[in-house]
Structures are given as structure tokens and as C-alpha cells.
Design a protein around this ligand. Structure first.
Ligand SMILES: Nc1nc2c(c(=O)[nH]1)N[C@H]1C(S)=C(S)[C@@H](COP(=O)(O)OP(=O)(O)OC[C@H]3O[C@@H](n4cnc5c(=O)[nH]c(N)nc54)[C@H](O)[C@@H]3O)O[C@H]1N2
Ligand SMILES: Nc1nc2c(c(=O)[nH]1)N[C@H]1C(S)=C(S)[C@@H](COP(=O)(O)OP(=O)(O)OC[C@H]3O[C@@H](n4cnc5c(=O)[nH]c(N)nc54)[C@H](O)[C@@H]3O)O[C@H]1N2
Ligand SMILES: [Mo]
Length: 785
């Protein structure tokens, strides 16, 4: 039974409460608090069919993150609080009623918060905004599809369109989608990965020949030393804490590198174990390095330098000479480069003491096997690509590849972001993939690289891109420079969004706009040939099936595969040899093509039906094989690139609270960090606060400073004295995106620098609270070059 439009209260930032941060993470309490509004409507059966069947063999893959399931144990239920929030958010029976669209103009919806928009419930029918209209109006599917395909057919070049993907799309939807886009004639495929782990892909491909983690699940349990850099697993990959707990029980050690003493890096109280419910839980990090924002590259170089010095002092006993001789190149150049590394520079950049770096070095040298994991604290730094290359250098020195418990492990975010890339969602797919795709479907795919997320905004702004279609996601809110991105979106002739729920991107639109509602992963997907399942790939390249458990929330919903196939069919007709109607009827047909086109996916239909799915091959992990031009892993020389932070300025990171999934706001609490009932918070080190002339609790305006000289400002944020590293402040994403300049991107990956914004604080002045786009748009902003 569906329910419509419960009243949703907007939060009042004046109610904000600040408590002491926690030093331990656990599961239960938060779900019940933050999901009350949604859980209230779920009912026992829907709850049982969703929350209790996540990540089960015959269930759906949890859509909250890309952390893997225990290998061979998909039947083992792992409780995850934030997974439960994601599932409840999607599986809610609350729906947006038809009347909603006449009651709320688009300009009115634009004034609403993400929380309010999301809480309106699931979208159930296609809606269309005509040029000049300020309202969406319900339309039938055929009309909606025709509006989209007519527009596409009328463009003067395929490159006037861009097609965004968020990492929740299944492999089947993603494969069909990229086929359609290339069949249409463009590689303009910005995706969320451009803003996320692109730096990992770039750095790893260049050095070890693969952009994915070189470990399997069990390696996390058996490794001697896990170094967790720039990642907050307690909130963003909560099931990782179970693996860390097990690794500790097996005698392993953990080192955490982070400006913030995140609760989930310190202690874990496993809600599924008696000692987790009472008692102190498991101590996680044996060493916590409270690094200054952006200092990781200096730290890693300093550790590698110490490792090389230890080898010099004790020749033959520190480096893995056999591995290096057989598999690596570049050691001499690395040694030469690091010999010039200045210790004082390192200490300043990291804010650490030399003894702390010595200790980490000892731990590293004494560990037989080491895994380094990382996430946004590294990839979204200006020097992210270089930093990841230094991670690889350090691991290579002791042969930490291709053996148990060792490897490099970017921890991916969206549950299928890695699979989407495997399926061809990338603006720069290699020719070998395009060749295979062209052969399979008898057409010549476009070869010229397309735009990524940042370049898509530039293209829309400049009028080169006139049409934008999103398969999931919330592009306007996720992208940097909110005001610039919103202005670019408003410059479009048409935008089309395939979504489960309302979000800000539906309210910031060009001349014409459509919202096409889709089924989520929790829902049973029945097509002409019967019930369908889809497949996904996690962060360690394990591929498995996912099958919904509850009836779709409304009768009129189409699956993502169906929507993509219908748009493709209407737009392309028989231009390429693809059976679009067959794809919609039976996803096996898509999987047959995946078998022929995607490397490593041979016999896909058969292997995906195996009990736990299958693991995609990985050169470094499986064979110590490095698919670089020379066939060797490359130790690289990276010039130390540090953030130049002027006096009386801070380096700002934009991060996730415990009550959100990216741009989706579940609630206003960040319980591990002690924040309640608000999000307009600026976390500052207490000494920095005093030095800058402010006090705990002051309302401040946060001004971004960037080379383009534009004044970007976030107003009336509560300064909270918080134990973050000196000089390193934090606000929540997506509110903070206003301050991230479009042109400030990571060298080599073009990812927005969401973790390294130079800011200046001023007492709160006039102007609307938050980061108003109107104010930040500033007609006077000089055009970027
Ligand atoms: N519940 C929940 N789960 C999620 C998501 C979510 O929003 N909610 N998002 C998903 C997605 S798409 C992703 S990509 C992942 C994101 O997972 P994370 O990368 O954990 O996400 P962030 O909140 O951005 O946290 C970044 C961490 O890096 C630290 N950090 C910031 N700057 C630096 C630095 O210079 N050096 C170091 N060493 N650390 C730094 C921050 O203090 C913080 O702990 O999570 C995924 N899972
Ligand atoms: N400042 C700053 N900016 C950042 C980041 C940061 O740390 N700081 N992180 C970046 C990162 S890591 C990422 S991954 C991006 C995230 O960017 P996106 O992936 O674009 O954003 P999400 O918030 O995950 O998208 C949420 C929307 O997806 C839709 N949705 C949910 N489930 C489904 C589904 O099953 N199908 C379809 N079709 N739609 C669905 C819903 O309408 C929902 O509103 O943001 C990036 N932006
Ligand atoms: Mo992400």
C-alpha cells in the first residue's frame, strides 16, 4: 500500500546541538532515530523483505557502498546501520502523488532542502516541464520517450548531448546505456567517478596497469598491517569495521591517517557480538596519525625514504629485491629523488613529529604483508594522483602485491561504480573495448574522448552541450562550484533525469525537463520473459547478482534497462545491430553481449548464476602481472606538491555526515562527531579558532579563496571547536560545494578538489544563510578560461 506526501518538517539550523565527539563506532542506535519518518510507513513485511535480505545470495545488493561481502559467505547477514538507512530510503512505500506536481511549482521546489525533497517519497510517473512552464506535468511513458528521442534526433551533432551516470546503475543498465550513447555517436559520459575515485584509476593504471584494488576480501582479514588513509569507514563503509575487527583478532595491526579522529577508526562495538553491546569493543587503530590536510604525499615520501635508508643500513634485509628485480622499474630514480626530500618540509606539511613517521616506518618494515586502503581524503586532494602513486611506490618496495594479505585498495563509494566502469561508462574507453563493441553491434563507435564531469559543466555553460541526461545521481548538488554548475544546467535546452526520488537536480533545469521514475534495487523486476535479476561489481572486483524482494512501489515504474532501451530504440531505430526490445524483455540477452565485449566477463550468464558470483581477474593480484607498456610495475618520481596555505587561512575539506548518502540527506545528526539537528557546521581546531579571533559557537561566514579571485561564500555557519588537525577545517558536502571552484581540479584526473579549499573566516554578515547560488553566481564573476 502506498502513502502520499506525509508532512515533512524542514530543519531549523538554530536548533543545532553540539556534544562531545565519540571515540567508538557501533551499529544500532542511529537507524531508529534518523529513519523514524520512513520506517514508520514500512510495515513489518516490507521491512523483513528488505532489511533482512540485503547482501544475501537471493537478495539484492545493498546500494549504500561498494564494500564487499565476506567471500563465500553471502548468506552471512552483516548488520549495517547506514545500509539500513539506504534501503529504507528507497523501499519506503511513500510516493509522490499526481497532485503534487500542480501544487508545487519548480521555483518553489527549488527553495526546498534535499531532505524535504527526498522525504516526499518515491517518484511514480514520468513528468515533463515544457519550455516557459514553471511546473512539471505528468505525461505517459510513450510521450516522455518521444520527447527525449525527438530532441536527440534534432541536435546538430551527437556531441551536443552529454549522458551522466551515477554509480548505482547495474551492469546491465550501464552496458545498454553506454551502447546507446556510443550508437548515438558520442563519448560524452561524465560520471560520479570523475568526482570520486578517478585519481585512483589514473595513478594505478599508470603504475601497475590496473585501476582496481589488488586484493580480495580475505586479504583484509589476514593482513599484518592495514593502513587506512583519508577514509571514514565507520560512516561510509561500516561493514569494513567487521573485517577490521577480525583482522585485529587475527593479530593484525591498523594505522589510520586522517586529520579527524574518526570514531570508526578508533574503536568498534560490533552490535552482533555480546562484547560489542557491552564493554569497550575492539580497539582498531594501533597508531593514529593526525595529518594536516593535503600532507599525505609528504608522509608517504618520508616513509619510503626511511625504508630505503633502513635498507642501506642493513643491506638485503628490507627491500624485496627478488620482486623488484623481476617486476619493477624506476627504483634508482626514486631513491635519487627521495634522497633530496627535506625533513623539515615533511614535518610542516604533515604536522606530524618525526618519531611518529619513524614508528609508522617500523610497523611497515616489520609487517610481512601490508594493505593500504584510501578514499576521498586522498583522491580529492590537489595532489591526489601523485599521492596514490606514492602509495604504490611504498607498497612496491617490499613486494606487497600478489601475495596473501598484501595490496593496494582504493575503497570505492557507490555500490556499482566500479562495475559501471567495467561495462564501458567512461569518457575515455580504450580502443580495444570500442573495437569489440563495434564488432558486436556492427557500427563504428566514436573514438574521440568525451567530456568528464567538470568539462560537461564547461560545455553546458558555453552552450556547446544542449542536452543532458542523467542515469541516477544528483549532478547539480554533487558537482563543485554549485552556482556555476546551476547556471550551466539552466543554460540547457533539455535535461532528463532517470531517478527514484526527487532531488535538487530536478529543480534547477533548462528550457525543457523530464523526470523519468525508475525502480530501485529492492524491487521485483518482472519483464516479458519473467522476473529479472541484475549484476554488480564491488570494490574488490567480485561480481554477483542482485534481485529485488518487494513489489515495485507503483505500477507505472519502468526498470532502468527498460527506460534506456526504449529511449535507444526510439532514437536509433535500427542504426546499430542491437535488439532493444529483446534487452528489455530479457536481461540475459544483454549479458550475452557483455560476455562478448567486456574483458573478463566471458560466459557471463553462466558465471553470474554461480552461488557467490565470480571474481574478475586482476593482473597484480592473481599473477604479479603488470599491464604497463614495459610489463613492469613503475616506481614513479613525483614532485612534492603541497597546499600553499597563507597565514590566517585554513584548508577546508567537504565530507559526509553520518546521516547522509552523498547528496541524499537522511537526517540532521552526525552522531559520531557529536552534531545534532543541523548541518551548517564548520569544524575548526580549537587553537586555530582562538588564533583567528573566534570562539566556539560563533556564527561565521566562510569565504573561499582561489586564484580566480572570485568570492565564494557560505554564510552563517556555526564554528565548532573540534579536535581536527591544526590548519584543517571541515564542512559537510554538498553544502560546502559552493566553495569548491570548478577550475580547481586534481592534477591528472580532473577531479574537483573537494578536500583542499583555502578559506578565510569572517564574522557572519548579512545575506542568506547557507551558500545561496544567487549570491555566489555573481554576474561580476569573470569568465574562466
Ligand atoms: N553512509 C554512507 N556511505 C557512503 C557514502 C555516503 O555518503 N554515506 N558515500 C559513498 C561514496 S560515493 C564514497 S566515494 C565513499 C566516501 O567515503 P569517504 O572517503 O570515507 O568519505 P568522506 O566523508 O568524504 O571522508 C573523507 C575522509 O578523509 C579524511 N580526509 C580529508 N582530507 C584528508 C587529507 O588530506 N588526508 C587524509 N589522510 N585524510 C583526509 C576526512 O577527515 C574523512 O575522514 O563512501 C560511500 N559510502
Ligand atoms: N564537495 C564534495 N563534492 C562531492 C564529494 C565530496 O566528498 N565533496 N563526493 C563526490 C563523490 S565521491 C560522488 S560519488 C558524487 C556523487 O554524485 P551522485 O552519484 O550524482 O549523487 P547521489 O547523491 O549519490 O545521487 C542521489 C540520487 O540518485 C537517485 N537514485 C538513487 N537510487 C537510484 C537508482 O537506483 N536508480 C536511479 N536511476 N537513480 C537513483 C536519487 O534520485 C537520488 O536523489 O559526489 C561528489 N561530490
Ligand atoms: Mo563516490
Amino acid at each position: 500500500m502506498t502513502r502520499s506526501n506525509p508532512p515533512v518538517e524542514e530543519a531549523d539550523e538554530n536548533d543545532l546541538e553540539v556534544d562531545k565527539p565519540k571515540d567508538w563506532a557501533a551499529g544500532m542506535p542511529g537507524v531508529y532515530h534518523s529513519m523514524q519518518p520512513a520506517l514508520k510507513h514500512m510495515g513489518a513485511e516490507r521491512t523483513a523483505r528488505t532489511l533482512l535480505t540485503m547482501n544475501q545470495k537471493q537478495g539484492f545488493d545493498c546500494m549504500s557502498c561498494a564494500w564487499p561481502d565476506p567471500s563465500g559467505h553471502r548468506s552471512k547477514f552483516e548488520y549495517c546501520e547506514n545500509g539500513a538507512k539506504a534501503v529504507t530510503w528507497e523501499a519506503t512505500p511513500v510516493t509522490v502523488a499526481s497532485e503534487f506536481w500542480a501544487e508545487h511549482s519548480i521555483s518553489e521546489l527549488r527553495e526546498r532542502s534535499e531532505y524535504w525533497l527526498g522525504m516526499q517519497g518515491r517518484l511514480t510517473e514520468p513528468v515533463y516541464k515544457a519550455a516557459g512552464d514553471d511546473y512539471y506535468r505528468p505525461v505517459d511513458w510513450d510521450t516522455a520517450i518521444k520527447i527525449v528521442s525527438d530532441k536527440l534526433k534534432g541536435l546538430s551533432s551527437p556531441d551536443e548531448a552529454a549522458f551522466y551516470t551515477s554509480g548505482r546503475a547495474s551492469n546491465e543498465a550501464a552496458f545498454a546505456y553506454q551502447l546507446f550513447i556510443r550508437g548515438f555517436g558520442t563519448n560524452n559520459m561524465p560520471d560520479c567517478s570523475n568526482m570520486c575515485h578517478e585519481s585512483s584509476g589514473v595513478a594505478m593504471s599508470e603504475t601497475i596497469g590496473v585501476g582496481k584494488a589488488t586484493v580480495a576480501y580475505d586479504d583484509f582479514l589476514t593482513t599484518d598491517l592495514m593502513i587506512v588513509i583519508g577514509q571514514n569507514p565507520g560512516t561510509n563503509h561500516p561493514r569494513m569495521l567487521s573485517a577490521m575487527e577480525q583482522q585485529k583478532e587475527n593479530g593484525g595491526q591498523i594505522v589510520a591517517v586522517n586529520p579527524l579522529p574518526e570514531a570508526g577508526l578508533r574503536r568498534f562495538k560490533n552490535p552482533q557480538k555480546p562484547k560489542g553491546v557491552v564493554g569497550r569493543g575492539t580497539e582498531l587503530a594501533d597508531q593514529f596519525l593526525q595529518i594536516r590536510a593535503g600532507g599525505d604525499m609528504a608522509l608517504l615520501q618520508a616513509v619510503s625514504k626511511r625504508v630505503l635508508e633502513a635498507e642501506d643500513n642493513n643491506p638485503g634485509s628490507v627491500l624485496d629485491h627478488e620482486f623488484i628485480a623481476e617486476h619493477c622499474e624506476g627504483l634508482d630514480a626514486l631513491r635519487e629523488h627521495l634522497s633530496h626530500l627535506d625533513e623539515q618540509t615533511v614535518l610542516e606539511a604533515t604536522g606530524l613529529r618525526a618519531a611518529e613517521i619513524d614508528e609508522l616506518t617500523d610497523r611497515y618494515i616489520n609487517a610481512e604483508s601490508v594493505i593500504i586502503t584510501w578514499a576521498m581524503g586522498v583522491t580529492q586532494q590537489k595532489n591526489g594522483v601523485g599521492t596514490i602513486k606514492e602509495i604504490i611506490n611504498l607498497l612496491l618496495l617490499r613486494g606487497n602485491f600478489g601475495r596473501p594479505g598484501a595490496g593496494a585498495s582504493p575503497i570505492r563509494g557507490h555500490s556499482n561504480v566500479q562495475g559501471d566502469r567495467t561495462m564501458g561508462i567512461w569518457e575515455q574507453m580504450p580502443d580495444s573495448f570500442l573495437d569489440a563493441l563495434g564488432r558486436e553491434f556492427s557500427f563504428e563507435p566514436p573514438r574521440e574522448h568525451g567530456v568528464d564531469s567538470v568539462d560537461a559543466v564547461r560545455g553546458m555553460r558555453d552552450g556547446a552541450i544542449k542536452f543532458f541526461l542523467s542515469l541516477g545521481g544528483n549532478f547539480v548538488a554533487a558537482m563543485s562550484d554549485t552556482a556555476a554548475t546551476e547556471a550551466a544546467m539552466q543554460n540547457l535546452e533539455m535535461n532528463v533525469q532517470i531517478s527514484t526520488k526527487l532531488n535538487r537536480s530536478h529543480t534547477v533545469v533548462g528550457q525543457e525537463a523530464l523526470i523519468l521514475p525508475t525502480m530501485g534495487r529492492t524491487e521485483i523486476d518482472v519483464q516479458a520473459s519473467g522476473p529479472q535479476f541484475v549484476s554488480v561489481e564491488d570494490t574488490v572486483s567480485a561480481v554477483h547478482s542482485s534481485e529485488g524482494r518487494v513489489d515495485p512501489v507503483a505500477p507505472n515504474l519502468l526498470s532502468e534497462v527498460a527506460i534506456v532501451s526504449r529511449i535507444a530504440h526510439a532514437t536509433l531505430g535500427s542504426r546499430i545491430a542491437a535488439d532493444w526490445e529483446g534487452f528489455e524483455d530479457n536481461y540475459d540477452l544483454i549479458r550475452d553481449h557483455i560476455s562478448h565485449v567486456v574483458p573478463g566477463c566471458e560466459n557471463y550468464n553462466q558465471r553470474i548464476r554461480e552461488k557467490d558470483g565470480f571474481l574478475l581477474a586482476n593482473g597484480p593480484r592473481d599473477f604479479r602481472r603488470f599491464d604497463t607498456p614495459s610489463g613492469k610495475a613503475v616506481m614513479t618520481v613525483n614532485e612534492l606538491d603541497l597546499i600553499d596555505c597563507p597565514p590566517n587561512r585554513l584548508i577546508l575539506q567537504t565530507m559526509r555526515s553520518h546521516d547522509q548518502f552523498n547528496t541524499t540527506i537522511y537526517g540532521y545528526n552526525d552522531r559520531y562527531r557529536g552534531i545534532k539537528k543541523g548541518r551548517h557546521v564548520l569544524f575548526v581546531n580549537p587553537e586555530d579558532l582562538v588564533q583567528l579571533g573566534f570562539s566556539d559557537g560563533d556564527l561565521v561566514d566562510v569565504h573561499g579563496e582561489y586564484a580566480d579571485g572570485k568570492d565564494r561564500v557560505l554564510r552563517k555557519f556555526r564554528a565548532v571547536a573540534y579536535p581536527t588537525a591544526r590548519g584543517s577545517a571541515a564542512v559537510y558536502y554538498p553544502e560546502g560545494n559552493v566553495l569548491v571552484p570548478l577550475d580547481d581540479t586534481v592534477a591528472g584526473s580532473n577531479t574537483p578538489v573537494s578536500k583542499g579549499v583555502i578559506i578565510r573566516l569572517e564574522p557572519a554578515g548579512d545575506g542568506p544563510a547557507g551558500g545561496s547560488s544567487e549570491e555566489n553566481k555573481q554576474e561580476n564573476m569573470p569568465a574562466t578560461v
